[in-house]
Design a protein around this ligand. Sequence first.
Ligand SMILES: Cc1ncc(COP(=O)(O)O)c(C=O)c1O
Length: 408
Amino acid sequence: MSKINSLSDYATKRFRLAGKAYLAEGDPFFAPTDSLRQEAAAKGQHFVSFANYDYLGLASHPMVKTAASAALETFGVGALASRLVGGERSSHRHLETGLAKFLGVEAALTLVSGYLANVTTISHVLGSRDALFIDELSHNSIVSGAKSAVAETIVFRHNDLDHLDFLLRERRDNFRNVLVVAEGLYSMDGDIADLARLVEVKERRKAWLLLDEAHSIGVLGTDGRGLCEHVGVDPQQIDLIIGTLSKTLASCGGFVCAKAPVIEWLRYTLPGFVYSVGLSPVISAAAETALQLMQQETWRIDRLRENAELFVELAHEAGLDTGPAIGRGVVPILFSDSLETLAASRHLMAHGVYVPPIIQIGVPKDQPRLRFFLSALHTEAEIRSVIDLLAKRKSISMAPAHALSAAT
Ligand SMILES: Cc1ncc(COP(=O)(O)O)c(C=O)c1O
């Protein structure tokens, strides 16, 4: 009889295979950023994070905090049941109406996480005679949705719509319904899909389109309405838009947008909504206030764009590789190997700049990177300083050996 492994033994082995050795010289992840900030301030030093997607700097806005505190006082923390069976708070519908109006769609439905919104929506809308076409660099929540769906999953090359069109031409007729999934702003590369062409392809091939706008709301488009606004596509042409409250909207939770009959159906049947608790009233009050603020304080959207453009411009001047990023909220700096990426992250941390490495998980193993989230609250000095630190490090590591020993 074969020996039964304990779960601990199995976990230890799996973690080793996942790259535990990279942590040997210190763990760059899970940094306690609040205490690091306080410690730096106590020493008269500066600490800045480029690792949080607070794109418009609304997470610490006094009005967001006040709205959250007021909701806490009035309603308490929890929603206490699924909204279908436990009833809801009026703030749930206000938020959903506000989101739909802002994005120019008919209706929206909120869930307790953006991740869950993808997983449950993708697996719910497709049946066993259907298929799902996803980009090879899709976020893990899309991949998990595909894995939990009974439909067949077909992967197209990243942002390669010729490839998608080819696959649809070859395979579309084998299925009843087909869903194509793309992201507004890709979270690891900071690039975008050609949305106008995507809409043309999905209509010609009689498919539905789900667009994950997690990183593009507040970031793309003059008013921050996302990729549709950025490229001038009518959002009503997109069958399903997924969004999150955890990024620009300063709290946490996710949402699905679609035509009214679709949302009405989902409201009564979507498993991740029906069988999960409603959004905490504290969270929905914070998100609704952030949504109003981003429409009032539009300077934040302009500032974010200026900051991201400056970051990319300086990075290029310094010879750093920003990959395919278009220069908005997410910009990676690509490195040749994981150890070099770790070393660069440690170097920044030693100078009070937090940017954990993205290695092994979430990106192809041969494309490690430092992934920067820019914010409207970053200062020009902070952006110049971080690029300067990377540029100096790069020139040292590229210097001939004799120069290197003199420099270190
Ligand atoms: C593209 C994309 N979709 C969905 C999510 C999940 O959102 P949340 O973190 O709010 O659950 C993320 C998270 O970063 C994401 O990058």
